[in-house]
Ligand binder design. Structure first.
Ligand code: NAP
Ligand code: SF4
Length: 674
């Protein structure tokens, strides 16, 4: 008997029996736009092989004006069908099922051709949309239905109609974006006419034996969003129009509330799906920040939903369900909801991948094949780079000895996991530690490897990481200066703190210092109060009328950098705003363009601007150095002197912009080719 009886139970939708209740949620990968459909097929086939019950593709545009950006992939014409058929064939060959998401972006389309119910520009796009006339609306509905018919021709088991996240259909539903006075606007019956008509026509285009998922926005998180009564009214109308199942959508893209980032509590919005479930007779799917089979099982067992959508977890591990089903759940590489290699890439026009799994979307070009010539390999440093190198190399058949001078594995990840809001890093370190428990890996912890230790190996990989940079600021003896390492290891600081350096670590340290007590990430009630989220049945759109009510800061914090730009600009594209907003709510003073004059017993003396104007004493009890990193290459230099060739990876190679994503990717690629 599996430990996940509810998750692994089959379910039938529109006559199609799915082998389990896991839905791989829609993600834009960028693969389709490469034109290499073999690669698209390989990506989805791997997830089908890994047990996904039902896969939803990335959003496909029904027409050019509806594309998320100019040139976005879609099913615009009959010639696209053959490409999509390669994907559906590959998934079906693996015993899986797949539906295509129909995504019309409306005013979110990053294109001058974008269209919308009303000509109201979105705050997240520079392009004002054109207001559609009656014929234009009919064209959009027709194009969506035609694309659904083409999806069936291409072999998809159905479609998901994207009706949430503030896209085209969602834009009709609320007065925030729909100011029309014709039959497509005004009262709610008129505002919901378009989504309902789309579903009716899509069902007619596909016939009865096709899965039709409608993704419904359960909480808009924007001003004048839908009321709960409207959500329920819509859900029932969508069911009557022919949907087979309702998927949960949370928050518009322009919402100023995080909905999937790592600091959002796990399953934070599942109670909304639970509230919808008794209102309809078709199954419902819950979503957002669900990343383990245990949690998915629990939600299903508690009757929250009929299926569970997980998206990014399928990037982190393409065998998510297969591992759960055979008792290997602890081997599932965890999605830590960092967005660093998935959404941040998408929004930078790069291919999606995964920090934890660099093979995601690179299945055809990064392969871990068994080695024909096993080697003896030493890896020094059990941080993310060293651990990944050891795991991939050992998996390929090499015999690896992994050294670290610390008595536990994880390197800097052990610091990250101390930051409130980064609790997912615990699971990542645990996964690495579990994966190192491999027959081909000898772990030597508490051993600072020397040149002598490394003699006789066929390959030596140096992953010794970084050392904190000393910014060389004039400092009086006895002045209260500490390193970020001390802070993240729990050093007690006074109530007033200045942080030198506003990079990723400066922000993490600030977050740590302003918090006290339970991390809101572990307490959904606290988290909702911090971000001003209310129940949508209490307030339209789920926004608390008084806005965010953050817990008072534990300290007065100054976060400083020399660059004149806004601090935090270099943080993740999709998460930087969350860190900035979170610290702003805690009253952190974020200042760019400062000069560090001196650290004294009284605090930090700074001045402002290139001409060192407005001298100021920040009267603080502690100054924390977060001034970046230098590569730790001492051992590498000794090996070079001893004539021992070696590979440098991770922070020991490049400390600037050091991050786990680059380190893990570099390590995997090296270990894949040795
Ligand atoms: P960083 O991002 O490179 O930031 C270093 C900070 O120190 C900058 O604010 C820089 O600003 C300042 N600085 C650099 N040299 C200095 C000097 N000589 N004197 C005074 N200030 C100096 O490095 P980090 O904060 O140590 O983070 C390391 C990496 O870890 C990051 O790049 C990131 O990739 C990763 N990380 C990411 C996250 C995340 O949220 N995704 C979180 C933590 C860590 P000025 O030069 O303008 O003063
Ligand atoms: Fe999850 Fe981060 Fe991987 Fe994206 S990059 S799938 S958020 S672990």
């Amino acid at each position: 008997m599996s430990g996940y009886p509810h998750l692994l139970a089959p379910i039938t939708l529109a006559g199609v029996t799915l082998r389990n209740r896991s839905l791989m949620g829609s993600m834009h990968t960028g693969l389709e736009e490469t034109g290499d459909w073999g690669r698209v097929a390989a990506f989805y086939a791997a997830r089908a092989r890994g047990g996904a019950g039902l896969i939803v593709t990335g959003g496909m545009a029904p027409n050019r004006e509806g594309g998320v950006f100019a040139g976005a992939a879609g099913l615009y014409s009959a010639t696209d069908i053959a490409n999509h058929a390669r994907v559906t064939d590959a998934v079906h060959t693996e015993g899986g099922h797949i539906v295509m998401q129909l995504l019309h972006a409306g005013r979110y389309a990053y294109s001058k051709d974008c269209v919308a119910p009303s000509a109201i520009k979105s705050p997240i796009s520079p392009f004002p949309p054109q207001e559609l006339d009656e014929a234009g609306i009919e064209k959009q509905i027709n194009d969506i239905a035609t694309a659904a018919a083409r999806a069936r021709e291409a072999g998809y088991d159905g479609v998901e109609v994207m009706g949430s996240e503030g896209y085209f259909l969602n834009q009709f539903l609320v007065t925030h974006t729909n100011r029309r006075t014709d039959r497509w606007g005004g009262d709610y019956a008129n505002r919901m006419r378009l989504p309902v008509e789309v579903v009716r026509r899509v069902r007619a285009a596909m016939g009865p034996e096709a899965i039709l998922i409608y993704r419904i926005s359960l909480i808009d998180l924007v001003p004048n969003g839908s009321s709960w009564d409207e959500v329920v009214q819509l859900a029932r109308a969508i069911e009557a129009a022919g949907a087979s199942v309702l998927n949960t959508g949370i928050g518009w893209h322009e919402a100023r509330v995080p909905t999937i980032a790592t600091s959002v509590p796990r399953a934070a919005f599942a109670d909304l799906t639970a509230r919808l479930r008794p209102e309809v007779t078709i199954p419902v799917i819950t979503s957002n920040r669900i990343n383990t089979p245990e949690l998915a099982e629990d939600l299903l067992a508690r009757g929250v939903a009929d299926m569970v959508s997980m998206a990014r977890p399928w990037l982190a591990d393409e065998a998510f369900i297969a591992k759960a089903a055979c008792g290997r759940a602890r081997d599932i590489a965890p999605c830590i909801a960092c967005n660093q290699a998935c959404l941040d890439h998408t929004f930078s026009g790069k291919l999606t991948s995964c920090l934890v799994n660099p093979r995601a979307c690179h299945e055809t070009e990064l392969t871990y094949s068994a080695t024909p010539a096993p080697k003896r390999m030493a890896v020094v440093g059990a941080g993310p780079a060293g651990m990944m190198a050891a795991i991939v190399a050992a998996g390929r058949g090499h015999e690896v000895t992994l050294f670290d001078k610390a008595t536990q594995v994880g390197g800097q990840l052990n610091l990250a996991k101390q930051v409130p809001g980064k609790e997912e890093f615990h699971g990542l370190v645990d996964w690495f530690a579990g994966s190192l428990d491999h027959a081909n890996i000898t772990l030597k912890l508490g051993v600072a490897a020397t040149v002598a230790d490394l003699q006789g190996f066929d390959e030596v990989i140096i992953a010794t990481g970084v050392t904190p940079r000393d910014p060389g600021i004039a400092t009086d003896p006895g002045a209260p200066v500490v390193s970020y390492i001390d802070v993240l290891k729990g050093a007690h600081l006074g109530r007033r703190v200045a942080i030198i350096g506003a990079g990723g670590i400066g922000f993490d340290v600030a977050e740590t210092l302003v918090h006290e007590g339970t991390s809101p990430t572990l307490d959904p009630g606290l988290w909702r109060a911090e971000w001003g989220v209310s129940a949508p049945w209490d307030n339209r759109g789920g926004l608390a009328p008084d806005g965010p009510a953050p817990h008072p800061p534990a300290r007065e914090v100054h976060l400083l950098q020399r660059k004149a730009e806004k601090p935090g600009r270099g943080l993740g594209k999709t998460t930087g705003w969350i860190h900035r907003a979170s610290l702003a709510m805690k009253g952190v003073r974020m200042i760019g363009g400062v000069n560090y004059e001196r650290i004294t017993a009284e605090g930090l003396q700074i001045s402002h601007g290139p001409n060192r104007e407005r001298p100021e004493l920040l009267a603080v009890d502690a100054v924390v150095l977060c001034a970046g990193q230098e590569p730790e290459r001492g051992l590498s230099a000794e090996l070079t002197r001893a004539g021992i060739p070696h590979h440098l990876i991770g922070g020991a190679d490049v400390a600037a912009e050091l991050d786990a994503k680059r380190a893990i990717d570099q390590a995997a690629r090296l270990a894949a080719r040795i």
